[in-house]
Design a protein around this ligand. Structure first.
Ligand SMILES: Nc1ncnc2c1ncn2[C@@H]1O[C@H](COP(=O)(O)OP(=O)(O)OP(=O)(O)O)[C@@H](O)[C@H]1O
Ligand SMILES: [Mg+2]
Length: 438
């Protein structure tokens, strides 16, 4: 049994004896920030088994805490349903940890959202073994609200990972192959989840965690999000993720479905590969200036087949997109296959060309080595020298041509002189012979 007192409330690791500051996450027990009145204080025990640590995040419809599961003896993350604008709490007041629901219409939205939150937790818990999707371990109601217990993932968000990656590569974004490999499990699992009628609604780099092994996990499913987006434009725009959210999420009655996640996931891929946040979907409605990946100058150019799939996934109009992740996943698989086949064809063509050139060279060498074919060989060499580009260049520049010509004339003069000298030699020899006879 772990000594719970020695657990760091920031990361739930065991602190060294007597240490107040965690050497791993830097959490300082003595400088613990008191609860803002809304979040549950550190050391609260929920459902008789979860010891709460610090707050991991506060969003539009919930508060996420790190916690220690006293039964399973391990760290977990717990999401508390707490929609902004529909609920309040004052832990200092007599009501304590109880969530207070706003009166009137807000109360109805709170309850509807709570119902969706619970239904989704139940549905998601069936997919515990899927890679790329956070595993739901428990779900319970307490304090007038509900709690979702998940595996705690040690790591950083994809948003941070992308920044780190770009810095590490001297400013270059992620290669498309790396981005696709990273996101593959998320796509595959989302395809299955869509098949079960569940939509994520908030796929974005800050809802994807990357652990030390480079495995990615999608967190923060939000069925309740649809309900708690109040029907006024301002609150809707506060809740959507600009650059990743499709246009239907900006509308109160926009029709959301698996195609909504298709847009957000494609936009996430676009950001990973291009290094820039895509233009907002609602702006694209008026003037679409999104540049397809294949047209961007990137260190690893994106093949047309892949770029086209991501572009289709990011179609502004939902009807032009893939209708679910399964469809997009298959299209990407097909695109990768086509790309691999094209590359193989190009590689084969290059290999055949190299082989042809090598054969030609071998034939020329063989011809040069055959003495019976000396004339042909000479002709061949003559031909070669004419087609030899450096030689042509030298001739074209004229520096060698006068020299060559001079050499030719000099050779002729020498030949004539040799003949004259030879003839004189013969004459003197004849005269010498005659003088001897006489
Ligand atoms: N299972 C988990 N393991 C580790 N950290 C987690 C886990 N779930 C959430 N977190 C952390 O908590 C933060 C907030 O969680 P989450 O994304 O679920 O809610 P949110 O975005 O703050 O809120 P909302 O969904 O209400 O808009 C995340 O950014 C992440 O850092
Ligand atoms: Mg989130």
């Amino acid at each position: 049994m772990i000594d719970v007192e020695r657990l760091c409330r920031g990361c739930m690791r065991l602190l060294p004896e007597g240490a107040a500051v965690c050497p791993v996450c830097g959490y300082d027990r003595e400088r613990e920030i008191p609860s803002n009145g809304k979040c549950l204080p550190v050391d609260t025990i929920l459902h008789g088994r979860y010891l709460l640590g610090s707050v991991l995040g506060e969003g539009g419809f919930g508060i996420t805490y790190i916690a220690f599961d006293l039964v399973a003896q391990g760290a977990v993350a717990i999401k508390e349903y707490f929609p902004v604008g529909l609920a309040s709490r004052d832990v200092e007041a007599a009501s304590g940890q109880q969530v207070l629901v706003m009166p009137g219409e807000a109360g109805m939205h709170f309850r509807n959202g709570l119902r969706r939150f619970s239904q989704e937790a139940e549905n998601l818990s069936r997919f515990q073994e899927l890679p790329g999707i956070v595993a739901i371990r428990d779900f319970f109601s307490e304090n007038g609200t509900a709690y979702l217990v998940m595996d705690f993932i040690e790591g950083q968000s994809l948003k941070q990972y992308m920044q780190w990656y770009q810095r590490d590569k001297g400013g270059e974004p992620m290669e498309y192959t790396v981005a696709l490999a990273l996101m593959e499990p998320v796509m595959g699992s989302l395809a299955q989840i869509h098949g079960a009628g569940i939509i994520h609604r908030d796929v974005s780099p800050d809802n994807i965690l990357v652990d030390k092994e480079g495995q990615v996990t999608l967190i923060d499913f939000g069925a309740a999000r649809a309900e708690v987006s109040m029907p006024d434009y301002r609150s809707v725009t506060v809740m959507v993720k600009h650059g990743y959210a499709p246009e239907e999420q900006y509308r109160t009655h926009g029709s959301q479905g698996p195609w909504t996640d298709v847009y957000a996931l494609s936009a996430t891929l676009y950001h990973m590969i291009s290094g820039t946040l895509p233009m907002e979907a609602v702006e694209r409605l008026y003037r679409d200036e999104l540049i397809p990946l294949k047209k961007l100058t990137l260190p690893a150019p994106v093949p047309e087949e892949i770029s086209d799939v991501i572009e289709k996934g990011m179609s502004v109009r939902a009807e032009n997109r893939y209708q679910g992740m399964e469809e997009m996943y298959q299209a990407l698989k097909e695109a990768r296959k086509q790309e691999a086949e094209r590359q193989a064809r190009e590689e084969e063509a290059r290999r055949q060309e190299a082989e042809r050139q090598a054969q030609e060279k071998a034939e020329r060498n063989a011809a040069q080595e055959q003495p019976g074919e000396a004339a042909q060989d000479q002709a061949e060499r003559g031909k070669e020298s004419l087609t030899d580009p450096p030689e042509q260049e030298r001739l074209r520049q004229g520096d060698g041509s006068s020299q060559a010509q001079g050499d030719g004339q000099g050779g002729t003069v020498c030949g004539v002189l040799a003949v004259v000298v030879g003839a004189l030699g013969i004459v003197s020899a004849v005269l010498e012979l005659l003088s001897m006879i006489l």
